[in-house]
Design a protein around this ligand. Structure first.
Ligand SMILES: Cc1ncc(COP(=O)(O)O)c(C=O)c1O
Length: 229
């Protein structure tokens, strides 16, 4: 649940939804974003979880007039007679490429429903990986299920069952690198309370259930191989 403070007058409330905000449009995770309408502005990176290539970021502002108040300039060389919206009055970056085109095209070609369905698939894939890892004695997961599509986990090979936190962190840091070198799946690391974890995150519309299982099996296989080396 998103808990937004009651903003005092004059306080600008911005929600940085770079990665997670698309899930506000997915039926099973929509409730997590209750209160979003109280934000003055929200930002979203469509290249993170709206399936378009880098870079495509958007800022949605409740009151567009505030953009003009912050950015507008009225130089004589810039035409202001083509309607209300002029990029120079709404952004710090005037001469810029049409980065939004790919997102607009994705909506036109595939439609919002296809995008929502792909988000739901990623959400379900995260739940599946969490279930696989939480039921396996050689994996460690966080106590709460993933809310979105990120699933922090660690692998504990048999040789490291009684290892120190430091050794376990070192192993999982090496494992993260080895998984990338192996190339079957790509996983980023995460630091949680000073420990190194793996941070699988599902943001691709092509990812399948089989890929989730391959991810799980690959982590275990490479971890055991590393620990024997
Ligand atoms: C929550 C959040 N905010 C901001 C950023 C930075 O986004 P960008 O690289 O598009 O500037 C990220 C990227 O990882 C993010 O996850």
């Amino acid at each position: 649940m998103l808990t937004l403070p009651n903003a005092a007058p004059g306080v600008w409330l911005h929600v940085d939804g770079a990665y997670g905000l698309p899930a506000a449009g997915a039926p099973t995770s929509r409730h997590l974003f209750a209160g979003l309408d109280r934000a003055d502005s929200i930002s979203i990176d469509a290249h993170k979880w709206m399936f378009v290539p880098k870079a495509c970021s958007a800022v949605l502002v409740k009151n567009p007039a505030s953009l003009a108040a912050a950015f507008s300039h009225n130089e004589a060389y810039i035409p202001h007679d083509f309607g209300d919206v002029n990029a120079v009055d709404a952004t710090i970056e005037y001469s810029r490429p049409l980065r939004a085109l790919k997102l607009w095209l994705a909506f036109k070609v595939h439609g919002a429903e296809a995008i929502r369905t792909a988000l739901e698939r990623n959400l379900a894939q995260a739940q599946l990986l969490y279930s696989l890892a939480s039921e396996a004695p050689d994996f460690e997961v966080l106590v709460h299920r993933p809310q979105l599509s990120t699933v922090p986990l660690r692998h504990i090979p048999s040789r490291l069952v009684n290892a120190s936190p430091e050794d376990l962190s070192n192993h999982n840091a090496a494992l993260q690198q080895a998984v990338i070198t192996d190339g079957r799946v790509y996983i980023s690391p995460a630091q949680i309370d000073g420990d190194t974890w793996l941070r699988p995150c599902f943001t691709n519309f092509r990812t399948t259930t089989a890929d989730v299982i391959i991810t799980f099996d690959t982590i275990r296989e490479i971890s055991e191989k590393l620990s024997r080396a």
